[in-house]
Ligand binder design. Structure first.
Ligand SMILES: Nc1ncnc2c1ncn2[C@@H]1O[C@H](COP(=O)(O)OP(=O)(O)OP(=O)(O)O)[C@@H](O)[C@H]1O
Ligand SMILES: [Mg+2]
Length: 255
């Protein structure tokens, strides 16, 4: 298949799990280098979409393409950041980051791995915490390690599944700013799952709002406002935010 300018393409995807239809003709495109937020009510299949991109689940109808290929041919271009950081407790921050490289890059020298891991920890603001163990790190710091670990395998696409939802509001706000900086510095394609309207409006180039099951796209909204964004006060964002809140609340109420 030829390389397309889309990083990810869902074309009329259908999936049923446990006999229950989850998607009906779900079509989504994610452009290369884009920050795309998938927004939708609980259970609509946001995590399922990420699993399909990462080749952990196959569609029963339609096609999923990743970098112009089948997901099974592109898995090494994809990395995950989950809601919980899932770090190895017996390894310090640096060695949690190198773990990903050990598993992925056969023959990479320890010195090269350490150097790269240090660069990534610096990128996520943990230059001085490389030798702390997960239990010695705050929730936000642990999630930063998980982001560094995801970047360590040099993916072109980073999938983030509600990565900040377990953090306190101030940390969450800071992490949102930081992930935008990281995205800018690295040029990755990011697919970021959330059920927080304000988070989506703060972060995304485009927000794809999903319906309840069987899931289709309700609306795709492009947000051009410069970052960092303040969704509470910026005039250009107020209308977008209100519209998404109204659509989203209607979906939640329908459940
Ligand atoms: N292995 C499975 N067997 C049966 N049903 C499943 C399975 N995995 C997921 N589902 C169902 O598929 C639907 C989509 O699940 P998914 O985890 O993708 O939702 P989500 O949008 O990520 O929800 P949340 O916002 O709560 O994380 C849910 O209704 C879930 O119950
Ligand atoms: Mg989920």
């Amino acid at each position: 298949m030829p390389e397309s300018s889309n990083a990810i393409r869902f074309d009329r995807v259908g999936v049923a799990l446990g006999g229950e239809p989850i998607y009906r003709d779900l079509s989504i495109d994610v452009r290369e280098g884009e920050f795309l937020c998938l927004l939708g009510p609980s259970g609509c299949g946001k995590s399922t979409a990420l699993r399909m991109i990462a080749d952990l689940l196959e569609p029963q109808a339609g096609t999923v393409e990743v970098l112009g290929r089948r997901p099974e041919e592109a898995w090494d271009q994809v990395a995950f950041v989950f809601q919980a950081p899932r770090l190895a407790p017996w390894r310090d921050a640096l060695r949690n980051v190198t773990l990903a490289m050990e598993l992925r890059f056969d023959g990479m020298s320890v010195a090269a791995m350490n150097e790269r891991a240090r660069e990534l920890l610096t990128l996520v603001g943990l230059a001085r915490d490389a030798h702390k163990y997960p239990r010695q790190l705050s929730g936000g710091e642990r999630q930063r390690v998980a982001i560094a670990r995801a970047l360590a395998v040099e993916p072109r696409i980073v999938l983030m599944d509600e990565p900040f939802s377990a953090l306190d509001p101030n940390t969450r706000r800071r992490m949102r700013e930081e992930i935008v900086d990281i995205w800018r510095q690295t040029g990755k394609t990011i697919v970021f799952v959330t059920h927080d309207v304000d988070e989506a409006v703060t972060l995304a180039d485009r927000v794809v709002l999903l319906s309840r099951k069987p899931t289709t796209v309700v609306e795709t909204i492009t947000i051009e406002a410069v970052r960092p964004r303040d969704v509470q006060t910026e005039r250009g964002l107020v209308a977008v935010r209100e519209r998404l809140h109204a659509l989203f609340d209607a979906l939640e109420e329908a459940g």
